[in-house]
Each structure stands twice: as C-alpha cells, then as structure tokens.
Design a protein around this ligand. Structure first.
Ligand SMILES: *Cc1c(COP(=O)(O)O)cnc(C)c1O
Length: 642
C-alpha cells in the first residue's frame, strides 16, 4: 500500500445532553480508496449503536492523503508486566520514569490524576513539571494514524483497543520532544494500562487502577531541550503516520479464579456495605401475630393485607382440593397441568376484575416477566415508571423492545418521553400502588395519555387488589371504571392470601399471552390445591367486604397516630414508609422494634435507592387499634433515640 493515494477517515459520535454534546465514540483509519465505503459504513454502525448510548450526532470526515505525506513507523515492541494490584503497577511506572530520566511517581501522580477529567492528553515538561498544552481542559490529541492494513482487509464495527493503543503510542513516542507516555483506560472494567518510550517500547502493566474506577487518562512526558512545543503539537495533530508490524498479543488464558473464593469475596463486600441479607424463620401461619423462636410478635410487615392465609373457608377449600386432586399438577398448562380449578380461577379473576378473560402464572414475578417480554417485540418501546417493581424492570430487560424510563408518577414527563420516542407499537407500564412508597398511580391521566398516543396501558395491582377501591377491586374501582387500562396485572400472593400471579384483560390479549408467554408455556402449573385456595380467597373478599373496610380504616388511624407523634406521613394504601435514609440505621431501628415485639422490615438498596433505606410498615385488616397505637409510640421513641 505504498505509491498510491490513501484516505483518512474519521468518525465522531455524540449525544445531545441538555444542549451540550457528550462524546460517546470515535475512531479513525487510513485506508485505500476502495476501502472507504465499507470502512465508513462500519464506523457509522459503531457510532450509532454504542454501549455508551445511541448517538444523535455523527460526524464523518474523509480526506485524501498523498503518499509523500506519510511517515511509516515500526511498531514499538510489546512486553507485558504482570502485577498483583494497582499499587504494584504504579511502582512499575516509577521504574519507567527513572529509565527516561523523569521525576518519580510521587511527583508525577498528581498530574496523572488531573488527566482523568480531560478528553485529550496532558503534555508535561519533565524538567520543571509545567503543563504545556494550550487548552488545559481539552488537552492534546494525537490524530492521523493507523496500522498498516492489507488491501483486502474487511471492516467490522468492533474496536481493537490493543492495536489502536500501540499505533497511538508508536506515534507519540516518535514525536519530537516526547520521551515517554503513561496511559490508563477510563473503562471501569479495564484495569490494564501501559507506559511507552522509544527505548523501552510498549509496556503493558496488568493493573494500574482499581476495578470499577473510571479514572483514566493520558500523560505525554516532554523534554523541552529536544524540540519546541509547537513542533510536537504539529507532529501529533497533523503528521500522517502508518505503523507497521504490530506484534499480535499472545492469546493468554484468562487467569481463572477460584469460583467459591470469588463468591465469598462478593458476600464479604455486601456485608461491609450492610447489604447482606439473612432470613427470619417463622413458626406459625402468616397473620397479624406470628411466632419466631418461640416468642410472639405483632407482624407489621406482611403483604397479606387482609389476613386471609389461614381463613377457615380457604383452609376448607384447599383441604377438599388436596383430597380430590392431589398435591401437584404434573405438567404445564398447555400439556397435562390444566385442571378445572385452574380454569375456574381464571373465570373468577376476570369476573372480579370486570374483564373478558384472565390468565394465571406461577408468581406475580413471572407474570410480569412473561407478559412484558411476550408483548414487546423488537422495534417497540416500553415506557416504565422509575419506581416500578423489579419484576417489571426485569420483564423490560427480557423483552426485545427499547425501554424508556420516565419520572415517578410524572404524567408530563411520560408524555414528553412518548413524544421523543416514536414507535409503531408501544407499552406504558406502572405499578398501581408503588410497593416501597405506598403511593397510587394517577390512573386517569395515565390511561388518557395511553389512549391519546395509541399505546397499550399496563398496571401492576400487586398492592392494589384487596386494598384500594371501596370493595377492594383495585385501582379501577378507586378511580372509576372509565379509565380502565388494557392490561391488569396482579398477584394472588398478597391480599388474596394464596400464591400465583395473573393478567386480566381482553380475550384477544389473553389468547395472545397463552400462546406466546414463555413463563406460562414452559413451566409446570401451580397445583390445583393452590388454585382452590386462590379461588376461595377472592370469594372471601367478595363475601366479607368489611375486611377491606377495616384495612382502610386502620391505615387512616395509623397515619393519624404518626402525625400526632410529629411524623409527617400519609398513605392511602396498606404500605406506610417511614424513611430513615442510612442503611445501617434502618437495620438498627428495625432490630430495636423487634426486641419490643414488633416485626417491621427495614428495606434497603437494591430494593430502594441507596441512602433511602426505610421502615416499610404494612398493615393488615386484623390489626387492633391498640396494637397500632403502641407500634406508633414505639417507632417514634426508637427513631428519636437512633
Ligand atoms: C410482589 C410484587 C410482584 C410479584 O408478585 P409475586 O406473586 O410475589 O411474585 C409484582 N409486582 C409488584 C408491584 C409486587 O409488589
């Protein structure tokens, strides 16, 4: 590839963030004319679909280069220095600095640290440690360089970081005045860095920073006795350089770690952050009172809001089903696992939710995963509230669609995001009652926006069913039937007191899910016993509307008591969050309450945001006023002491 014209191709992709352009990817090549089209196409692909975000600005520049403008350089020889940690890595850098007669690492490190915020490199005078780049925010960039390519090279949109680094280092250390380079990647997962000089070659150092750190930068060490700053900058920014004979990295086996040791270290890390979880063991049925370690506690943490798990009618119905159908279902619903009880339950749910049909899944978690991933195919967009339950988030991740998160219960932001993300098929999904804050979705506005933009609306009623609405039918009853979402998801495991999840909606929707939802198709159905319990649970809610009423009155009473204690807390649902903030403190408060006989869970990251740890009080229909009052007094006292 000598005596002919070559072309320099450069691509830069950026993202508009509130008026400022954030760099997301860039690349350059020097190639023959024939290679220009495939190369540009690969670079555009890279720019458009980058891990760091979708570009909304892309600049491609193509320039002719004359043969006589090109300087060919032999690639620096490459060596690898294995170190155990980054501190040891820095000692290697120190040895390198001595070789090139520069000041030691203690003097250089503060400058290296300053490069982390810069896009380009720092040019540092090693005689008197003065920074020489004209624009100290941007730094200096080396450009117009590539490795020698063979004529028939194909272009992928991938990036060979190693080759690009050797090309760059080779050009840099051949630059007049530059005696060495130090480079650390800003990729948090890539901890290998390098030092380079003409004499020492390209020296990879396997650890130069902590894993997870985004602190990366580039330092050019300059000797003013050898050239002027202008000469150096001109060379870096305009000289056309092609690097020959880059040594391929030997395919090194990744150093395998002992898997159990890795897991043990991860556990230790969780413990250090107060995020390690242990379980309490309950020795009685789930109810307003439970037994643990032989002692009785008032349970103010359960999702069994109507206290139905041991209701006599449900016990009777499950016992009958057990005797008649046995303990297991023996197959998936589409094969042998579909009994008359499964179908009865689905009819009952549809009737209770006033929809045409319903479909039952093994858990609420699976219902969200299976339904969202089945509904959303490639090219579609899901709009999801930022505080949605983990099962919705995981459903979005599993789907092939794009997920756009909007601000919590903020219908203006939702509409803005919809306008910004046009699509042929879109889904808007939200918790009806938010599981950690206990607030209620603005359903009328939500449904109106979905209708206006012709988007499928989906609401998760895990904490709404049996809790809100005059007779506990959930969020549609709470607001009025003219704002019914297309997809009503819920769980049978909370207020209904049983097990399983469901989706209720139109017959078209349910037919579709039965045929496409993998969590439905590829899992053995819940046992008929569980179906009988669920069915009985819904019947009890219908027959004993006073349970829902009691729960709602308990909520109002409990909040009033909190307010009387000076805590500004309000809730219209069975979930009443008492925000503490610090993870450790939340645990301490929860432990003290437990000592006093009240079981109230502390909720921490990742269930809620870091630093937003809280007590999550969950009320039941069967708590007495006395118990609630006592709990409030205790919470107030413990919070004051903490
Ligand atoms: C609990 C919950 C689920 C999952 O339901 P399970 O039946 O417990 O698997 C889904 N969504 C929300 C909002 C929940 O709180």
């Amino acid at each position: 590839m000598s005596d002919r014209n070559l072309f320099s191709v450069k691509m830069r992709a950026g993202k508009d963030e509130a008026g400022t352009l954030r760099h997301i990817s860039g690349a350059e090549k020097i190639i023959t004319e024939k290679q220009v089209c495939p190369c540009v196409s690969a670079l555009i692909q890279r720019g458009l679909h980058h891990d760091k975000g979708e570009a909304d600005f892309l600049n491609v520049k193509i320039e002719k280069i004359l043969p006589e403008e090109i300087e060919y350089l032999e690639a620096l020889p490459v060596t690898t220095v294995e170190v155990d940690n980054w501190q040891e890595g820095l000692r290697e850098v120190d040895a390198f600095l001595e070789e090139i007669h520069a000041p030691g690492i203690d003097a250089i490190k503060p400058f290296l640290d300053q490069t982390y915020a810069m896009r380009g490199a720092m040019l540092l005078d090693i005689r008197n440690l003065v920074r020489l780049e004209p624009d100290s925010d941007r730094g200096i960039r080396a450009t117009y360089m590539d490795r020698e390519r063979d004529e028939k090279a194909s272009f992928t949109n991938g990036k060979n970081h190693y080759e690009e680094a050797v090309v760059l280092a080779t050009k840099v250390v051949n630059c007049p005045g530059i005696v060495g380079e130090i480079c650390i990647s800003d990729d948090p997962d890539y901890v290998t860095g390098y030092v380079a000089s003409k004499e020492g070659g390209y020296r990879r150092i396997t650890k130069l920073k902590e894993t997870g750190s985004e602190n990366g930068g580039r330092l050019f060490l300059f000797d003013p006795n050898q050239a002027t700053v202008e000469e150096a900058i001109a060379y870096l920014q305009t000289k056309r350089v092609i690097v020959r004979n880059i040594i391929r990295l030997p395919e090194t086996e990744p150093k395998r770690m002992n898997p159990m040791q890795v897991l043990a270290e991860r556990n230790t890390l969780l413990k250090e952050k107060n995020l390690f979880r242990t379980m309490k063991t309950i020795e009685s049925a789930q109810g307003a009172h439970i037994t643990m370690d032989g002692r009785e506690y008032v349970l103010l943490a359960s999702n069994s809001y109507l206290d139905l798990t041991a209701h006599p009618y449900i016990l009777q119905k499950t016992a009958e089903a057990l005797a008649e159908y046995g303990a297991g279902s023996g197959g998936s619903r589409l094969t042998t696992g579909n009994t008359i009880l499964h179908e009865k339950l689905e009819t009952k749910i549809a009737q209770f939710k006033e929809t045409e049909a319903s479909i039952v899944f093994n858990t609420g978690y699976v219902a969200n995963l299976a339904a969202i991933s089945a509904l959303m195919r490639e090219g579609g967009v899901i709009f999801s509230d930022e505080l949605n339950h983990a099962s919705i988030i995981d459903g979005c991740k599993l789907s092939k669609g794009k997920t756009v998160v909007y601000k919590h219960n903020d219908m203006e932001d939702l509409e803005k995001k919809i306008q910004e993300n046009p699509c042929e098929f879109g889904l808007v999904v939200s918790d009806a009652v938010f599981s950690m804050d206990g607030d209620i979705l603005n359903l009328p506005a939500f449904v109106n926006i979905c209708r206006k933009y012709c988007l499928l609306s989906m609401v998760d009623e895990a904490h709404a069913t049996g809790v809100i609405g005059k007779t506990g039918r959930g969020i549609v009853e709470h607001y009025g039937t003219d704002c019914k979402p297309d997809v009503l998801m819920g769980t049978l495991s909370k207020a209904i007191g049983g097990e399983g999840g469901y989706i209720a909606g139109s017959r078209i929707l349910i037919d579709y899910l039965r045929n496409t939802a993998r969590g439905f198709i590829f899992s053995t159905s819940l046992s008929p016993v569980v179906m009988a319990g669920n069915l009985a649970g819904i019947e009890v809610i219908e027959r004993e509307p006073e349970r829902v009423q009691n729960l709602q009155e308990n909520v109002a009473f409990f909040c009033r008591c909190l307010q009387e204690e000076g805590m500004d807390i309000h809730s219209d649902t069975a979930i009443i969050p008492v925000i503490i903030g610090d993870e450790k403190k939340a645990l301490e408060v929860s432990d003290k309450l437990l000592d006093a006989g009240f079981y109230i869970s502390a909720i921490r990251y990742p269930t809620v945001a870091k630093g937003a740890a809280r007590l999550r009080v969950a009320l039941m229909a069967t708590h007495t006023r006395e118990e609630l009052q006592k709990a409030v007094k205790l919470i107030a006292a413990v919070m004051r002491d903490a």
